[in-house]
Design a protein. Structure first.
Length: 73
């Protein structure tokens, strides 16, 4: 089985980029959930509007990305 296009472009960092992007998305929702208009809020799932949950998931994703970068697993 060949390497994916993303793996060819980013090399070994391809496995890490997904974790970092996911952490960024969760941190974005943790920071901006309160200031979103109600029309936008009703389109998202309820867990994305929970500030503590999104911050916790962001930290988890960042930890997993750092762990993958340092080759802990």
């Amino acid at each position: 089985m060949g390497q994916s296009v993303g793996g060819q472009i980013f090399g070994p960092w391809y496995d890490i980029i997904g974790w970092i992007i996911a952490a960024g998305v969760f941190f974005y929702f943790a920071i901006s959930a309160e200031s979103m208009p109600s029309q936008i809020k009703e389109k998202f799932p309820a867990f994305l509007l929970n500030k503590r949950l999104c911050a916790s998931l962001g930290l988890l994703m960042a930890f997993l990305g750092i762990g993958k970068a340092l080759d802990w697993w």
